[in-house]
Each structure stands twice: as C-alpha cells, then as structure tokens.
Design a protein around this ligand. Structure first.
Ligand SMILES: Nc1ncnc2c1ncn2[C@@H]1O[C@H](COP(=O)(O)OP(=O)(O)OP(=O)(O)O)[C@@H](O)[C@H]1O
Length: 423
C-alpha cells in the first residue's frame, strides 16, 4: 500500500445470521445436513474505499446504515465476514467510549494504562500527562476511580487521552455529543490542530453541519452499501435527498392538484414531522397541507441558510371569513421563537376568501439562521380588536435542519460587509 494511504478497505462485508426464533439457532447448529434456519443480513455489503493521510472524512447515513459496524471493523473491535482492511499508522478511537478504562483505577492511572496499550513508555506518558489533564478539565476527579465519573467526565477523559496519544488516525463517533457545548467546541478545535498536523480523522455523526465544516470528503452508507463518496457538499446533498424521500415532488403534486382538490395533502409526507406537535383551533379555516421548499423546488426538511426557501401552506375555507392572518414561525429546539412572518405584518390582502375554496400561501425568504435544528409552526388566526380567534394552529409541526456552511457569530447570519482601510 502506498505510504500516502492511511486506510484501504476492499470488498468489506459483515454478515449476521438472523434467526426468527431463538430455537432456530440450536436447530441449525445441530442439524446433521447443515439445513439453514437463518437468513443472512448484510450490515456491510462489499464496501471498498481508500482514505489518504491527512484527510478528514465524514461518514453519514441513516440509523442502521452500517456506520458503527464499519468503524468497529476499522478499529479491530469486530472482524469482517469478507474483504480486507489495511491500516497505515497508529489508530486511536473514541468508539467504545472509555472502553479501555479500568473502572477501579483513577483517571491518572487510566491515562498511563491507555498509554501503555498504545505502545508508549511511562516516560513518554509523563510528558503528555499535563496536556491530557488540562484538556479533560475534570478537576479533582482525575484522582478518583473512573467508576465515579459521570458520562460527560468519561467523554472528556476519553477524548483527551485519545487526542493526545498522538494518533496517526483518530476515529470519532457521536461520542462527542456527550460533552457540554464548551467541551465540544474544544474538541473541534483539537480536530483542527490534528488536521493541521496532517493526521487522518474519521468522523461519524448525524450532524451534517459538522460534516460540512470539518470534513473535506465524505462517504454515504445506505443499508450496508457505500452509495456515495465525494466532497462533503456533494455527499450531504445526496443524503438530504435520501432522507427527504428522494423527492423532486413538484410535478407529482401539480398533477394531483388538478386530479382532485380534496387530495391537497401530499406535501407533508415528504417532510420530517414532529410527533410531538401541538394542534388546536376551531378549524373554520383548516391547514390541510404545508411544505418547505428549497431553491431547486424540492420539498425537504433540510435547507441552507444562504438559499431562498419557500414555506407553503394550503388551507381550506370551511366558512367565509374576511381578513384572516396566515403565519409561520421558526423556533430553536429550546422553544425560543427566532423568526417568522405573517400576511398581516406584510400587508397582504386576505379579504374575499370564499367558503369551501382552497388557497395556497407562499412565504419566500432566506432562513439566515446559524446551522442547527429548529421547528417550524403554522397558524391561521384573526384579530377582532383585542380578541384573537384561532382557526388552526400547528405548533412545532416540522423538524427543520438549517445548514450554514459559513460560520455564524450568534444566532443569525446578518451577512455583514466589512471594510478594512488604512487610516
Ligand atoms: N450483532 C448483530 N446482529 C445482528 N444485526 C446486527 C448486529 N449488530 C448490528 N446489526 C445490524 O446491522 C445494521 C447496521 O448497524 P450499525 O450499528 O452499524 O448502524 P449505524 O449506521 O451505526 O446506525 P446508528 O446511526 O443508529 O448508530 C443494523 O441494521 C443493525 O441492526
């Protein structure tokens, strides 16, 4: 294998035998004619790729796609059923968080224990000890047995040990999400240091913003198959398409509209809906469908902060009502309302909507928020003096992911223009 290559995987498969009933396992092992009572399940199916030294690679895929299986094989925790892996360099992994720790030993003793496992002498570890303790930042707990640690402390020590034992290849999975925000931030800075030192990093996460920010290349796994590889932007686009049902739904919907007005309920099935949404109102006006549409007119729950996004609502007038207000709002996951708009503040005339008719309201704007998870709510209301009539509200209805390739200071991207002049 070329010295430029850190990891080379060829035709890797991991097959599990699935038995419908526990007794079938016994029957199969005892059957004199090798009759099968099981079927094969491919957690990984004929996967091949190369990772060059110094690359930061993201691995994405839905739950059960085979990501952990792949990482466990790369770190030697699992053996493949077929195929080969060649690894060039020392691998550190945060996979089995703190798996190398002895619960009875203190944090410091475990640092030395892990160092020995990684092939370092006591003297070499003496030189790294302070950096590790400082990074983990768990105070006096470093002298306590690790069985007394919280999961966050475990994560801190595990990351610190793995990042500072000078690995050539660092494998990280969602483990990081255990730590608090400040610690996660510190870990990402450490990622950057390791990247700059030309270390290879493999990173598994569901957080596509981190993938876009830190990984130059990514792989997409689907049901054990490697279905995409390339720049993170390309692979994330593919993943977005996959999780939104591969839809470019506009045409289908147009057909169905002319088909039958009462079937105006096709968009929402393409979105990531929140099971815990809140619905109320007298339904004299009823929200019958809604959508989030990206610049390519695809219905999706994932949009970029720098693209024009349409938020669409379809309503049915169950009564004739003049001047209703149609609105949407976007909240962060803690429930703080961040942005929104409505037909009233924008001065849109909503008079003359007739009973039993259907209407479509489209809000078009850039959702210039920092990358992350949000909820989208819809509402139809009306002010009568101080009184507010609520016809229909769907609170926290859609789970929306906003991607921001550009780092944002604070909550919003205000797209500042900056001049620097000599004076
Ligand atoms: N020991 C096992 N026996 C049978 N099936 C298994 C076993 N371990 C994993 N699988 C299956 O292999 C598939 C891939 O699992 P894996 O944990 O690699 O997925 P993943 O992409 O990491 O998912 P997640 O994002 O949920 O962590 C899943 O369908 C899982 O149920």
């Amino acid at each position: 294998m070329s010295t430029e290559i850190a990891i080379k995987v060829e035709h890797l498969s991991k097959v599990y035998k699935i038995f419908d009933k526990p007794i079938d396992r016994v029957k199969e092992s005892l059957n004199p004619f090798h009759k099968r009572y099981s079927r094969d399940f491919y957690a990984l199916n004929d996967v091949s790729f190369e990772i060059k030294k110094g690359e930061t690679i993201g691995i994405i895929g839905k739950n059960g796609a085979g990501k952990s299986t792949l990482l466990k094989i790369l770190t030697g925790v699992l053996t493949p059923s077929a195929g080969t892996i060649q690894v060039n360099g020392r691998v550190a992994s945060l996979l089995e968080l703190g798996a190398g720790f002895n619960p009875e030993m203190t944090g410091i003793e475990n640092i030395y224990l892990n160092g020995t496992v990684m092939g370092y002498s006591k003297e070499e570890m003496d030189g790294k000890l302070n950096d590790i303790i400082e990074f983990a930042d768990i105070g006096d707990f470093i002298n306590q047995p690790v069985k007394m640690y919280s999961s966050g402390m475990f994560a801190r020590l595990a990351f610190a040990v793995n990042a500072f034992v000078d690995p050539d290849i660092l494998i990280v999975d969602e483990a990081l999400s255990v730590g608090d925000l400040e610690f996660q931030n510190k870990c990402y800075r450490k990622f950057n240091d390791l990247k700059n030192e030309n270390k290879t990093i493999i990173f598994v996460t569901h957080d596509i913003n981190s993938i876009l920010k830190y990984c130059n290349r990514s792989f997409l796994l689907k049901q054990g198959n490697l279905v995409g590889s390339g720049t993170s932007k390309t692979v994330v686009d593919l993943y977005k398409k996959m999780i939104s049902g591969g839809s470019t739904a506009k045409n289908d919907i147009k057909e169905k509209i002319t088909d039958n007005k009462n079937k105006y309920n096709n968009w929402k099935g393409l979105l990531n809906l929140n099971k815990n949404f809140l619905e109320y109102g007298n339904k004299k006006i009823e929200i019958i469908d809604f959508a989030l549409e990206n610049e390519k007119n695809e219905i999706t729950s994932i949009v970029s902060s720098d693209e024009y996004t349409k938020i669409k609502i379809r309503i049915k007038m169950n009564e004739k009502i003049d001047s209703p207000i149609f609105a949407y709002s976007i909240k962060d996951i803690k429930g703080t309302e961040l942005i929104g708009s409505n037909t009233f503040v924008e001065g849109v005339n909503t008079d003359g909507l007739q009973k039993n008719d259907f209407y479509e309201i489209v809000f078009k704007q850039k959702l210039s928020l920092c990358g992350g998870d949000y909820t989208l709510s819809f509402g139809c209301t009306k002010h009568n003096g101080d009184e507010l009539t609520i016809y229909h509200r769907l609170y926290d209805m859609v789970l929306v992911k906003i991607m921001s390739v550009k780092p944002v200071c604070g909550l919003f991207n205000v797209n500042t223009e900056i001049n620097l002049d000599k004076i």
